[in-house]
Design a protein around this ligand. Structure first.
Ligand SMILES: [Zn+2]
Length: 381
């Protein structure tokens, strides 16, 4: 166990204080405009026309997380989209352990001033758990050119990606009022951020709602204008059709999809089944990653979202390599080859001078550098 950090406690206190005065929504999905509900219940068919319900139609009890882990415990599992920094990951650590999660892409709220505090908190969590946490950041004002420098500094420091950020949001209760959102995926400093991310080989996790019309036209313009940038469409399956996701992946090799299985499996607003998306995953085996979105809008929260991840993976079990890709490898591929930054190398050299160690940083990755610096950070305190 690592010791508690002063910064950790302080940030948690700040974060909690701010949260206490502002309503928080863990996730960020939209509520799409939908048909008004009928004012009266649909008429029930006369008794004589109703088929008798056979006793054996009672569904079998749902598998628990423990059941899934028994089946898939050996499988490396990554959550590609988690807002855990908002309330701190302390209470999540036990769940991730029980549920067999090996990697978590972590950040806080989406494109708000408070996200800056969450980013710091994400970083502290990463220093404490460098093999578990993949730190992303979202505390940049997408309309403020000054924040380009902030983004560069965070990537230099060792964050692995930008997100979840609001590239467009009209309907999401949690994101549409974000002070720092962009109006569309080519708005504000987003084009410069795409170029910056290509330079650092870092992906961006973009919230886009609605997932159709002008925002998607502009996403496609971004994908074409920045072919060397890896874009992840956040919760691509939410309020969206498998056909739309398929068409976008077909047209744009630099687009990846984070699939919030919990939405499709358990949210009554979902018009699709996991099977529908499983077919698209089979078509694009290298482009999907599973996520929980911290269980946004699900009755049982993140645990239910993890359960849905396993349900989806189970649908792919006839192809174990594909299961592994969607569960872990596709996300890992976006992270593992990112090179160590100049700032990381400089800090490692300084650390080496103090300790007499000698690290060869020439072809070091960001992951390797991050592990060394997390250890150095631990020794300094
Ligand atoms: Zn989210």
């Amino acid at each position: 166990m690592k010791k508690a950090r002063y910064g950790y406690v302080k940030l948690a206190a700040v974060s909690m204080a701010v949260l206490a005065s502002s309503a928080f929504a863990a996730g960020c999905l939209q509520n799409s405009p939908r048909e008004p509900r009928p004012a009266v219940e649909p008429a029930v068919a006369p008794i004589a026309e109703q088929a008798p319900v056979p006793a054996e139609s009672t569904p079998p009890p749902e598998k628990t997380i423990q059941d899934w882990v028994k089946t898939y415990g050996e499988l490396p599992l990554a959550d590609a989209h988690n807002h855990g920094s908002v309330l701190g990951i302390t209470h999540n650590l036990a769940l991730w352990k029980t549920a067999g999660a090996d990697r978590v892409v972590l950040f806080g709220e989406v494109s708000k001033p408070i996200s800056v505090v969450h980013d710091e908190y994400t970083w502290t969590s990463y220093l404490d758990h460098p093999d578990l946490i993949v730190p992303f950041f979202s505390g940049i004002n997408l309309k403020d050119p000054h924040d380009l420098q902030t983004a560069r500094e965070r990537l230099e420091k060792g964050y692995f990606g930008i997100g979840e950020i609001a590239a467009a949001s009209s309907y999401s209760p949690a994101v549409s009022d974000a002070e720092w959102k962009a109006d569309h995926p080519m708005d504000g400093i987003l084009p410069e951020l795409y170029a910056l991310c290509a330079e650092y080989e870092a992906p961006l996790l973009l919230h886009i709602d609605p997932p159709m019309g002008f925002p998607i036209d502009e996403l496609e313009r971004a994908l074409e204008t920045y072919p060397d940038t890896r874009f992840i469409f956040a919760h691509a399956n939410a309020y969206n059709s498998p056909e739309n996701v398929e068409r976008l992946l077909e047209a744009h090799p630099n687009l990846y999809a984070d699939l919030f299985a919990g939405f499709t499996a358990f949210n009554p607003d979902s018009a699709n089944k996991l099977e529908d998306f499983a077919d698209v995953i089979r078509r694009f085996p290298d482009r999907f990653m599973v996520s929980t979105d911290s269980g946004y809008d699900l009755a049982e929260g993140e645990e239910q979202a993890i359960e849905a991840m396993y349900k989806l993976l189970d649908l792919l079990k006839d192809d174990p390599e594909l299961v592994r890709k969607a569960a872990y490898d596709n996300l890992d591929a976006l992270i593992r080859d990112q090179p160590a930054t100049r700032t990381q190398k400089k800090r490692i050299s300084e650390w080496d001078r103090k300790t007499g160690n000698r690290h060869d940083t020439a072809s070091m990755t960001k992951l390797e550098a991050g592990r060394i610096l997390a250890e150095a950070d631990d020794s300094i305190e």
